[in-house]
Structure formats: C-alpha cells, structure tokens
Design a protein around this ligand. Sequence first.
Ligand code: SAH
Ligand code: SF4
Length: 348
Amino acid sequence: MQENPTQKISLYGMLPRDIGALLPDEKTFRSRQLFTWVQKGISSYEEMINVPKRIKEELQYQRCTLFSSQIIDEKIDTDGTAKLGIRLQDGAVIESVLLTDEHDRKTACLSSQVGCAMGCAFCSTGTMGLIRNLEASEIVEQFHHLQNRFGSISHIVYMGMGEPLANFEAVRTSIKILHHETGVNIGLRKITISTCGLAEGIRQLAEKGPHVKLAVSLAAADNQLRSTLMPINNAYPVEELQAAMQTYQKATGRRITLEYVLLAGINDTRKAARELISYSRALHVIINLIPWNPGAGLEFTSPSADSIKRFAEYLEEAGVQVTRRYRRGRGVNGACGQLAVKHQKPSD
Ligand code: SAH
Ligand code: SF4
C-alpha cells in the first residue's frame, strides 16, 4: 500500500518487538503487554485497562490504530459456514470464511490478497485479477473479526482469496503473530498454507519456515491438462512441483495435502486417476477431492455424486489416501474458489 499521511497503522500487524520499537523509552514488558491486549481482539485503547495513558497517547500520536478494517457484510449458510465481507482502509473489499466441523471445531479461512494473479480457469477469485497484496495486519484482522463474531477459533487455513506464497512476507509475518505464545498462540500444525504450486515458494518455506502444514492445489497430474487449467504450471511443471514437495517433506516430516478440484469430463476420468496415483507414489500425501463449485461466468460442470465416488474408489483401490470435502458454504458463495468481490476499486 502507498504511504499516505492520513493512513493509520494497525497494531494488529505488529509483533512485540515492533511495538517496542515505537516506544523506545518504555520497559520491554510493555511491548509484550500491549501485544497481548491487541491480540485479544480489542477495538479501542480504552479496553487496555492496565496501560498508562501516556503510552496510549504516544501510540495514537504515531497514528497507530486497532482495527484498520471493518465488517460490511455477513452471510451464514444453512450448514453453519459464515462469510464476512471486510472493507479495508483503502476501500478494497475482501472475504473471509469461518468453517465449523461436526465437533464444533472452528477454522478461519483467510485471504492473502485482494483478487489473485494466477488465473486458474476454474476459480472465481482468478477472474478478478490481482488488485493488491494484503498487509500482515489485514490478514491478522480477518482472524480477529471472525473470532470476535463467532467465538474461539482453533485452526487457520490460507485458502481464501489470493495466492499466499505470492505474498510471502506478509503471510509469514501474520503466521508469526498468530502463532506467538503471548497472543492467540495457534500451533503451526493447526495452520495450513494452500498454494497453486509456486515451487520456489515451497522451497523457501522448507528452508526458512514457518513449517506449517502445506496443501498444494494440483487439479491434474499431467502437464498438458494442468497447464490449460492452471497457467502457473507453465512456470513450474508437475515434476518440479513434485521435487519441491519432496524437499518440504524432508525438511518438515509432514504429510502434504493434494487438493484436487473435480471438473466433470475433464479431470475425473480413469486416465486422470491413474496419472494422479502414479504422481502421488513419490510423495507422502492425502488427496482432498473437491467437487467444483460453480462461479459466475465459469463454464465447468460439477461431477455427479456417482462419478466422485468412482474417482475416489480408483484412488483408494490403489492404496492412496483420500478425503472428500463437503460443499460447505455453497449457499453463501463461500465455498472453495467462490470468493470474489465485484466492482472492486480502492479509493486512491
Ligand atoms: N491460491 C491458493 C489458495 C486459495 S484457492 C490455491 O490455489 O491453493 C483454495 C482452493 O480452492 C484450491 O485448492 C483451489 O484449487 C480450489 N478451488 C478454486 N476454485 C474452485 C472451485 N470453483 N470449486 C472448487 N474448488 C476450487
Ligand atoms: Fe488464485 Fe488459488 Fe484461485 Fe488459482 S485457485 S486463481 S491460485 S485463488
């Protein structure tokens, strides 16, 4: 975002050390204390009851604010999935989703960009193009908006709008904040980054961390088909992607999820299943089958329940682990790949 003298700086994007840097004359415990207050999800300085007035005034003087974004819309599906529309300081709008499972466990599905540059043929967010990257504060604020609204959240997935590894530094900072032991302290094993396959980003993640769970959106194990569905495959073909995943597994010991959006008549054939099986052999993976969710202007077809079952059986018979994702959130266009905001125009 461009420097703008009237723009506020959100405390939600700061680690204790960043807060400390704003208050060089204060004792170090203060920065941790302030961080803890912020990460309770507060929206005003008044709520920090044991913080001296001079410190609050100093932070305000430095244009620091609590939430820089606001909820402008809320939709709740009959299956319990909730979607928030959130307006950012510059007027751009993003969407965040809360998923609740049968054990009442809540997962925040966070956006990492306004729109997305990757242009996957089956995805509504892709049709927006990239408007801008989100800042770490704007990612962390999504978590707190959801938690304030719907109660305690235990898991996070970076599966909302945008490609998290294309906005790596902000995503990394947001994870450091949300994982911090004096804040909400979400374990790294409860955080998942989903990527369309930026092999270089996966290698970086292996090398520098954070070692969160990784999900890779595959959609096809064959280069020719994958390149027609996901243009990123031209830059990082499936072999290079596979090698990057192996590097990640070596560094973390973690099983990777391969997300496979099922498009009727295109990638749900026996041939596609065979290719997927042989691709998975070299990896420690579970395959998540996601029936395609319709999006405006996109001309694919969701597979029938029978063909999903058949495809899953091909994989299972070959000993590959499979999960099937419910079509959660479809009623509010909050399911995978349905997040898109129309007439998006930042005000400056
Ligand atoms: N950019 C990241 C994360 C956001 S997309 C990525 O691509 O992984 C999250 C998931 O939704 C991806 O697995 C993607 O393949 C899937 N997806 C996109 N559009 C979809 C649609 N219309 N129906 C079902 N899944 C979709
Ligand atoms: Fe972007 Fe992911 Fe959608 Fe592809 S599937 S366009 S990478 S958000």
